[in-house]
Write a protein that binds this ligand. Structure first.
Ligand code: FA5
Length: 350
C-alpha cells in the first residue's frame, strides 16, 4: 500500500510539471481528488484492513490528500501569474520614447477608437449624433432630473461661463435633445430611438493617471417598448468584445446617477497590470469605464416620451479610458500631451 501512495505521488509530480493551462490543471485535480479520483479510491481499499492497519494507512492517505491539494494550489497560482504575464506581453506596446515618424500624419488614438466604436454601433442600427460643447444648465442637469442645488451636481466640478452656460461635463447633456429629436418617430411609427453621441467633456479635475480636465465620453441611448437591462448588457458586451477582439473581465455594480434607475457602474479589469493593481487603476485592479442604467421615467417624460409605455437604457462610456486600456497607455495625460513622439505611434485601428 505504501508503494501505491509513493507511485501516486510520483505520477502527480510528473503530471504537474507538464501541465500548462488552468483547464488541464482542473482535470488533474478531479482525477486525483474528485469523487472517483485516485486518492479517494485508495481510501476505498481500507475496508479489508485490520483496525491498526486502517488507522496507519488512513493517516498516510490524508497526508497525501492535503499534499496533493497544496501542490495543485501552488500550481494554480503559478499558472494564473503566467496568464497575466502573457496577457500583458500580448498587449500592443506603447512606448513614449519611440522616435517619431514625422514623414506622415496620423490620427489621434482617441479618433481611431471613437471611429471604431461608431462603426460597431452603426452596424447594430444606431445613428451617430454630434452635439455642442457649450451647453445650458437645462441640458446638462435639469433635463436629467438634477434640479438646481441637487447634491448630485457636486459629483462633477463644472466650468461655468459668464453668460450662465457651461462646458459640457458629460455627454448625457445631449440626452434630452436626442429623445426629443427621435421621440416623434418612436410614438408615431414605432421606430426605436437608437443613438450614440461621442463628445469632449470638461471638468475641473485634479489630474492624475486616470483623470484629465478634458476627456472624451461616448453616450448611448436606446428607447422602445420592453427594453430591459438584458438589452443594455448585450450591447455593452458586444461593444467591448469588438473593441478588444477578445474576452475581457468586466464587473457590474450598483451606481447612482439621478437620470437612471436602476443605475450601474461597469468596470473593466485593468489591462495594464492584469488586475494586480497599479497607478493606472488607482491600485484597485479595476477601472471605471462605463456607467449605465435604465433611463429614469422623469427623463423620458421631459423628452416627451410616455414612461408607462416605453422604457430605455443609457450608458456613458469613458472613451479616453477605453483608449488607455486598448493601447496600454499608462497615463491619461500622455493622450493630451500633443507629443508627436507618443501619438504618431498609432497609425490604424489595430
Ligand atoms: C457620467 O458622466 C454619466 N453621465 C454617465 C452615465 C450616462 C451614467 C448614462 C448613466 C447613464 P461619470 O462621471 O462616472 O458618469 O463618467 C463616466 C465615465 O467617464 C467614467 O467611468 C470614466 O470612464 C470617464 N471619466 C469621468 N471623469 C473623467 C476624467 N476626469 N478623466 C477621464 N475620464 C473620465
Amino acid at each position: 500500500m505504501d508503494e501505491k501512495i509513493l507511485n501516486l505521488k510520483n505520477k502527480l509530480t510528473a503530471e504537474l510539471e507538464d501541465v500548462s493551462s488552468l483547464v488541464d490543471l482542473d482535470k488533474i485535480r478531479v482525477a486525483y481528488l474528485g469523487k472517483k479520483g485516485s486518492v479517494t479510491n485508495l481510501l476505498k481499499g481500507m475496508k479489508d484492513m485490520s483496525g491498526e492497519e486502517r488507522k496507519e494507512f488512513g493517516k498516510k492517505v490524508n497526508e497525501l490528500k492535503s499534499g496533493v491539494a497544496r501542490f495543485i494550489e501552488e500550481k494554480t497560482e503559478e499558472l494564473k501569474r503566467r496568464e497575466i504575464e502573457n496577457e500583458i506581453n500580448s498587449m500592443p506596446k506603447f512606448d513614449i520614447t519611440t522616435p517619431a515618424d514625422l514623414t506622415r500624419g496620423s490620427y489621434h488614438p482617441i479618433t481611431l477608437v471613437q471611429r471604431q466604436c461608431e462603426a460597431i454601433f452603426r452596424s447594430m442600427g444606431f445613428t451617430v449624433e454630434d452635439y455642442s460643447e457649450v451647453v445650458t444648465d437645462y441640458e446638462c442637469f435639469e433635463s436629467l432630473n438634477i434640479p438646481k442645488h441637487h447634491p448630485a451636481r457636486d459629483m462633477q466640478d463644472t466650468y461655468y461661463l459668464e453668460n450662465g452656460q457651461l462646458l459640457k461635463s458629460q455627454t448625457s447633456a445631449a440626452q434630452n435633445a436626442i429623445i426629443k429629436k427621435y421621440g416623434k418617430g418612436l410614438i408615431e411609427k414605432g421606430t426605436p430611438i437608437k443613438a450614440i453621441f461621442p463628445g469632449r467633456c470638461f471638468r475641473n479635475e485634479a489630474t492624475d493617471a486616470t483623470h484629465e480636465n478634458t476627456f472624451f465620453q461616448m453616450e448611448g441611448v436606446m428607447v422602445d417598448k420592453d427594453i430591459s437591462i438584458s438589452n443594455l448588457i448585450y450591447f455593452m458586451k458586444t461593444m467591448l468584445s469588438e473593441v478588444f477582439r477578445k474576452d475581457i473581465k468586466v464587473r457590474l455594480r450598483p451606481g447612482f446617477f439621478p437620470f437612471v434607475e436602476p443605475g450601474f457602474e461597469l468596470d473593466i479589469n485593468c489591462l495594464i497590470c492584469g488586475g494586480e493593481g497599479c497607478p493606472s487603476c488607482n491600485r484597485s485592479g479595476w477601472l471605471e469605464l462605463c456607467p449605465c442604467g435604465m433611463i429614469h421615467p422623469e427623463v423620458l417624460k421631459e423628452g416627451g416620451v410616455d414612461p408607462d409605455e416605453y422604457t430605455g437604457f443609457a450608458f456613458g462610456l469613458g472613451l479616453t479610458r477605453l483608449v488607455m486600456m486598448k493601447y496600454g497607455v499608462k497615463d491619461i495625460r500622455d493622450l493630451n500631451s500633443g507629443s508627436l513622439k507618443a501619438l504618431s505611434q498609432f497609425t490604424d485601428d489595430e
